[in-house]
Design a protein around this ligand. Structure first.
Ligand code: PNS
Length: 164
């Protein structure tokens, strides 16, 4: 079975991430969405909330692929977690040229550490290419509407965070 690991902070998941998950599921039989436990920045949502939100978002937006998606938290190296899940590929989304440099560096570094695991990039859909979890959080915390940027599972939680 072909398995891809899609690692990230997902703090929170956006429509851009969901688009990558959906498209990865057209190429790979199983997609493991791997939530980094301790992102460098303190996350707004804890590990459990991020996992639950991703599960709810997939159930709401793409239930047809839900049985082929696993959601799991990890710490340590992405390549080690990929090996533990027997994933031969790492999936990442590219929104713009500005993403390219750091993604290229990560892909080369991961390949050096784990030559058997390749990184595959999906160009984020144009309509989502401006999105970032950081901006979504800032907008929501300042009272703005993020309804077109994130699944309902996320906007519900963001609204309750800011007391709306
Ligand atoms: O959503 P993000 O924050 O852009 O995801 C970054 C992530 C989780 C893919 C990256 O930080 C990562 O892989 N971290 C795990 C530690 C690791 O493997 N570091 C070496 C990467 S070359």
């Amino acid at each position: 079975m072909s398995t891809a690991l899609y690692p990230g902070s997902f703090d929170p998941i956006t429509f851009g991430h969901l688009d990558v998950i959906r498209r990865a599921a057209t190429v790979f039989e199983r997609v493991v969405v791997a939530v980094l436990r301790n992102p460098r920045k303190a996350p707004l949502f804890d590990e459990q909330e991020r996992i639950e939100t991703i599960g709810e978002a997939i159930a709401e937006e793409c239930p047809d692929i839900a049985d082929r998606i696993e959601i799991a938290a990890f710490d340590g190296l992405t390549v080690d977690f990929a090996r533990s899940r027997s994933a031969g590929f790492i999936v990442r989304g590219l929104r713009a040229v500005s993403d390219f440099e750091s993604e290229l560096q990560m892909a080369h570094t991961n390949r050096k550490m784990a030559p058997g695991i390749d990184t595959v990039f999906f160009m984020t859909a144009l309509e989502h290419s401006y999105l970032s979890s950081t901006l979504v959080k800032e907008i929501a915390l300042l009272g703005g509407d993020v309804g077109e940027m994130v699944p309902q599972a996320v906007s519900r939680r963001l609204r309750s965070r800011v007391g709306l």
